[in-house]
Ligand binder design. Structure first.
Ligand code: NAP
Length: 224
């Protein structure tokens, strides 16, 4: 079956996680745009990423990038999550917002500290309203591995959302970049993926994992 190609804005794409996703999605043939608080910074980052993969990558301020996109990906620190969504909200109507935010609380990022014990991504769905199709994904994928195009990223991706069709779209995007996306339930279940990142950070430190550990769910049938 032919894969659908999308216009995808990476909000906060000047950073490590967004930059890595941008590279992989551009290689997969999607029309990627980097978003930033600063349009000039976005254009500079986009040009550097584009040069690495020989594909066109655009750059704009977060709001303009979201406006031009069919799908937006949020890759900003937890402290900036809510404000960034509020700024672009008017441009997200009817669109999928993939939120990769992990609510880490520095300096103890190896300790699970979910806001009120709940998913930070689910809070964004409550903020955005039902006209924005929020999907949680990529919390457990290492930015370092995403950015190293010399090797495939060897892990699964937990995909949570209240809109099953939107989740399927994100699972297909994960497959486009060589990752195995698994539907992991409603958006509230994103709490598990968000919490798992602190577990992975602890494992990375304890076992000195090169590039960062990832997760793999076993027992899924091939046709699954
Ligand atoms: N790094 C990883 O391996 C990894 C893995 C899984 C999930 N994540 C999650 O993905 C998200 C992004 O991680 P990252 O490592 O890429 O973060 P980052 O590099 O620290 O930040 C990403 C971008 O967010 C924007 N930003 C930073 N502070 C901001 C603020 N106060 N207000 C608004 N925008 C701000 C910046 O873009 P501009 O200055 O250009 O606006 C920055 O380039 C985080 O929630 C993280 O937990 C990261």
């Amino acid at each position: 079956m032919e894969r659908q190609r999308y216009k995808i804005a990476i909000l906060g794409g000047t950073g490590a996680q967004g930059g890595g996703l941008a590279l992989r999605l551009a290689v997969a043939g999607h029309a990627v745009s980097i978003g930033s608080r600063d349009a000039a910074r976005a254009r500079t980052a986009a040009a550097e990423l584009a040069a690495r993969v020989g594909k066109a990558i655009a750059g704009a301020d977060n709001r303009a990038a979201a406006a031009a996109a069919e799908i937006a990906v949020l890759t900003v620190p937890y402290a900036a999550q809510r404000a960034t969504v509020e700024e672009v909200l008017a441009e997200l109507e009817g669109k999928i917002l993939i939120d990769a935010t992990v609510p880490l609380v520095p300096p103890k990022v190896g300790v699970v500290q979910l806001p009120e014990g709940r998913s930070a991504v689910a809070a964004i769905q409550a903020l955005a309203g039902q006209n924005v199709r929020v999907v949680s994904a990529f919390q457990n994928v290492s930015a370092q591995h995403l950015g190293d195009l010399a090797h495939p990223v060897d892990c699964d991706v937990l995909v949570c959302g209240d809109d099953r069709v939107a989740c399927d779209t994100v699972i297909a995007l994960a497959a486009d970049i060589g990752l195995s996306g698994l539907y992991a339930g409603v958006l509230a279940n994103s709490a598990a993926a968000e919490a798992l990142t602190s577990v992975i950070i602890t494992i990375n430190r304890r076992y000195k994992v090169p590039g960062g550990a990832g997760i793999r769910i076993t027992g899924i049938p091939e046709s699954g």
